[in-house]
Write a protein of this length. Structure first.
Length: 328
């Protein structure tokens, strides 16, 4: 009798384990790759395993991390944002020019930059939800408009240098850990909490899974989708400000390829490119993987062309793996 009862229990536990692995397979796979890459790169290069280099990897991952969080929110709600890189660029250039040619306090300019990024995201969201237009087309158009704006602001060349205190913010640290890395860790935690533990986060998953079902559940689909674009805009603006602090001048090339890299990071982190599936934990692992890979390839002097080729292949694999589900 005990054997008869024991077998179903073992079978149920085994089924639960298999189900958990399937649900979290992408996340487990990504972090396994991160660990393997860390071990392999440390064995090959003594420079890589230096604590200063590993800290630099974390600091270099901040820009991509900020944009990827915003892109993850948008993708989970069933959209896509091709304007995140140009949003970073325009905010960085506009803030740099304003710091050099106006008497407005720099902290006010930073706040205005974040608000500007949010307004760009709001405009994206309203155009998409109000007109029923394809997110890719709308945000690609916004990308082009912002590219022209960036050239108009900068005149095609670097701007004047930003104040020293702004540069000091990039180098500030608490012991061996940069303050920017600690702040970024808090942002990741807050973003994860909102997605996984709040009603707004559940609404995002519901809207990305099926807008029809979300409407039946009395979810404001337009507001939810627009909010994700606003979040993406604000975080893209923050990434631009961080790039400005790192470079010291407003450069028209700032933020290049960020839209592509953020989609790559989300895709390989297990975020469905069709909405409704994935975890921010996977996106974090993917950002670490991309940052580590870039650091290793730079150390090995791999051409940027081949790095872009690798990212492109990853996107294609992400599209192939995460197929769209039937809408209801």
């Amino acid at each position: 009798m005990s054997l008869t009862l024991e077998r179903p229990v073992v079978g149920e536990r085994r089924a639960e384990t298999v189900s958990a692995v399937r649900r979290h397979g992408a996340v487990l796979f990504i972090y396994s790759l991160v660990v393997i890459l860390l071990i392999a790169a440390s064995a090959v290069s003594s420079d890589f395993r230096q604590p200063s280099n590993l800290i630099d990897v974390l600091r270099q991952s901040i820009v991509l991390g900020l944009v990827t969080i915003g892109q993850t929110y948008v993708l989970l709600a069933g959209g896509i944002d091709m304007s995140v890189g140009m949003t970073s660029r325009v905010v960085a250039l506009g803030t740099a020019v304003a710091m050099s040619h106006t008497l407005i306090h720099p902290y006010v300019l930073i706040l205005l930059g974040l608000i500007g990024g949010g307004l760009i995201g709001f405009l994206n969201g309203r155009l998409i939800t109000g007109l029923g237009a394809a997110p890719f087309i709308v945000t690609l158009g916004m990308m082009g408009a912002l590219a022209g704006t960036a050239l108009a602001i900068s005149g095609g060349g670097p701007t004047d240098a930003v104040p020293d205190f702004f540069l000091a913010a990039y180098d500030a640290s608490m012991g061996p850990i940069p303050v920017a890395v600690l702040v970024m860790a808090v942002i990741w935690l807050v973003a994860w909490f909102v997605l996984s533990r709040t009603r707004f986060g559940r609404n995002i998953y519901a809207v990305g899974g099926s807008t029809a079902v979300a409407r039946l559940a009395a979810i404001d689909v337009r507001r939810t989708q627009t909010s994700t674009y606003v979040i993406a805009g604000v975080l893209s603006a923050a990434a631009g400000l961080f790039l400005l602090a790192r470079s010291g001048v407003g450069d028209p090339s700032l933020g290049g390829n960020l839209e592509f890299q953020s989609i790559v990071a989300a895709a390989i982190g297990g975020i469905s490119l069709y909405g409704g599936r994935g975890s921010l934990v996977g996106s974090l692992g993917a950002v670490l993987l991309v940052s580590l890979s870039s650091n290793v390839m730079n150390m090995l002097h791999v051409s940027a062309y081949y790095q872009d080729l690798a990212l492109g292949v990853i996107v294609l694999l992400g599209v192939a793996v995460y197929r769209p589900r039937r809408s209801m």
